[in-house]
Design a protein around this ligand. Structure first.
Ligand code: NDP
Length: 600
């Protein structure tokens, strides 16, 4: 590899200007005037796409009319960790309300064949030491993760008061009794001192707005509602009922990268419809080393998570405990990862070096396609032409070789997407590909605020809705709570810090919320609520520290990372990055006297 300081194409081994021009051209031909509006929501006539295929609905349970200490909306890892941390803080009656039939959130819904977590299991799966569990693989299969979610539910006795197959519809703050009144679609009316919303960024599947999509007469489903009744098999594969079926997969994001190999193995014929190729890096999964597992000492998970975060979001650390695609790419790209880089290098030079490192990484990714895929035209179409973090990087050792199978066809749409769907075919470039089944691997509605995503009608003091209070943009203290909405906490991405190991971030958030609640209870307070001043100061901090990611994102190929090619220009993330943010909130808890929140 050439040194990043070389500046001529000869010295570098590639021509940065040519790559920049190629990236720009690939982006330009994908920009759509309708942006995010191009997608079809899974509501109304398309609502059946989100029906739960995994749990039989329980009809007609008696509505609840009772009082609990805390209601948690969402039973994924965010809600489970919040429940665990509140339990550790001494809160007794905790009710998780979840629309699915059990805990797990994204891991409840996503059971497609090949489903696996891209983040190392030892740092991704939460509360391993508390539950006393060691994952079996470096990258855990979805089923193991789902079972771990259930184990957390059992360990922290969150099943006792949980309401599954139930959706919160509205909630309002009762000023007299200082509690929330929570209504659900089951006719429940519950009073709760505290409410925590953790509805997850991936909870609403979306479909492509392809003309004619409603006309298809064959079988169809979204990857997050896998129909094993139709395909046969399970998440380990063996989709034996597809042996005589022609199957279409639409989309080639992180989900498709995982489900295409088992589909390719088992379907009579598989057509993969591609608009933009993903970057596909080395997976190298392996079973957990029993000697290592026996050698870990208390606090090991936190140390490992912090070490990973230092690599992917900070200035690095001497040791790389996880040592995988994320950390090695981050080491290479450190200069462009938020919070990384050497402050003595002028910013422009840092930007130039980051871009060179990025070109180098993406050249490696493209070379891997050439080395794996036998057909030249197919290999060419599978190469991604954009910067590494423009789209979610993916990792697989089986996706690219699947295209060497005679029964698998890549249908590249040259960045335009599928043209049309008819009664029995998917049409691209005027050519109909007749299929029996269409599987949509087209992702989720992202970027919707948590309460809105959960479809919540939230009314705080004076009956003000959250939508009214936030009409000029979100207003929170540290992303967790808002003035006028006492004892109402959000977990998620808004006005706090994010990282690729999102469950780590959720754990830091849940710890914070639980400690605030514990302190309020110690003071025998009925509510906590940020002052308007503290909230305004935090919003100003978010604005002041916002990184200008817009220039970077504007050059990216469209996707949910850049609002489909229209970066909003206003970041709602803490620009100092997650490490600084976690330190900031920890200091706030230990040094302050909670003066920025009203404790009543
Ligand atoms: P994505 O949003 O990442 O991918 C959707 C795919 O559908 C894209 O390839 C998109 O193309 C394609 N598409 C959309 N419209 C059309 C159209 N009209 N014609 C053809 N193709 C179309 O969804 P995923 O479900 O793959 O992933 C969502 C997120 O879930 C990931 O980003 C990741 O964060 C998470 N995930 C995590 C995993 C893990 O291991 N931790 C595993 C799987 C998912 P285009 O790119 O051109 O828009």
């Amino acid at each position: 590899m050439s040194t990043p300081h070389a500046s001529t194409p000869e010295g570098l081994g590639f021509d940065p200007d040519a790559l920049r021009a190629r990236y720009r051209a690939e982006r330009d031909r994908r920009i759509r005037p309708e942006g995010s509006e191009q997608y079809q929501r899974t509501t109304g006539a398309f609502g059946y796409y989100v029906d739960d295929p995994y749990t039989t609905p329980v009809l007609g349970r008696e509505p609840l009319n009772d009082r609990v200490d805390a209601v948690i909306i969402g039973g994924g890892f965010g809600g489970l960790i919040a429940g665990a941390r509140l339990r550790q803080a001494g809160v007794q009656r905790i009710r998780v309300i979840e629309k699915a039939g059990d805990f797990g959130g994204t891991w409840y819904w996503n059971r497609y064949p090949g489903v696996q977590c891209d983040i190392e299991s030892y740092i991704y799966m939460p509360l391993l030491e508390e539950v006393g569990y060691m994952p079996r693989w470096k990258y855990a299969p979805g089923e193991e993760i789902r079972q771990h979610a259930q184990a957390i539910g059992r360990k922290f006795e969150l099943y006792d008061d949980a309401c599954f197959q139930t959706e919160v519809t509205r909630l309002h703050w009762d000023e007299t009794d200082h509690e929330w009144i929570v209504h659900t679609d089951r006719g429940d009316r519950m009073a709760a001192r505290y409410v925590v919303v953790s509805s997850g960024p991936f909870s609403r599947p979306k479909l492509p707005g392809i003309p004619g999509i409603e006309n298809f007469r064959g079988h169809t489903f979204h990857t997050s509602r896998w129909d094993y009744g139709y395909t046969g098999g399970d998440a380990d594969g063996n989709l034996h009922k597809l042996a005589d079926k022609r199957v279409a997969v639409i989309g080639t994001g992180a989900t498709a990268i995982q489900c295409v190999p088992p589909l390719g193995r088992d379907a009579r014929h598989l057509y993969v419809f591609q608009r933009t190729p993903s970057s596909v890096d080395v997976r190298a999964n392996r079973p957990t080393d029993p000697e290592w597992a026996a050698s870990v000492t208390p606090g090991w998970q936190r140390r490992r998570r912090d070490n990973f975060l230092a690599h992917v979001a900070g200035g690095g650390a001497e040791e790389d405990l996880v040592a995988d695609g994320w950390t090695t790419s981050a080491r290479l790209l450190q200069t462009f990862v938020p919070g990384g880089g050497d402050s003595e290098v002028p910013p422009e030079e840092l930007g130039r070096l980051a871009e060179l490192a990025d070109f180098t990484k993406m050249n490696e990714i493209r070379a891997r396609v050439d080395a794996t895929v036998e057909d030249g035209a197919t290999a060419e179409a599978l190469k991604p032409w954009y910067r590494y973090m423009c789209k979610r990087p993916t990792f697989s050792d089986t996706y690219l070789p699947t295209f060497n199978r005679p029964n698998v066809t890549l249908v590249d749409t040259a960045g335009q997407g599928v043209e049309r769907i008819t009664e029995n075919a998917v049409v691209v470039g005027g050519v109909p590909y007749e299929v029996d089944c269409v599987i949509f691997a087209t992702g989720f509605d992202i970027g919707v605020p948590p309460a809105e995503r959960a479809g919540l009608d939230v009314r705080g003091r004076g009956g003000i809705t959250l939508a009214e209070a936030w009409k000029d943009g979100p207003k929170t203290l540290h992303g967790f709570y808002s003035h006028g909405f006492p004892n109402f906490f959000h977990l998620g991405t808004l006005q706090n810090a994010v990282s690729v190991n999102f469950v780590h971030v959720l754990d830091e958030q849940a710890l914070h919320v639980a400690e605030v609640v514990a302190e309020a209870r110690k003071r025998q307070a009925r509510y906590v609520e940020p002052t308007a001043e503290a909230q305004a100061a935090w919003v100003a901090t978010i604005r002041a520290k916002a990184r200008n990611a817009e220039r970077f994102l504007a050059e990216c190929t469209p996707g949910y990372y850049n609002n489909e090619g229209r970066p909003s220009g206003r970041s709602e993330s803490y620009g100092g990055g997650p490490i600084e943010f976690h330190e900031l909130i920890a200091r706030w808890r230990t040094d302050g006297d909670m003066g920025e929140v009203i404790v009543g």
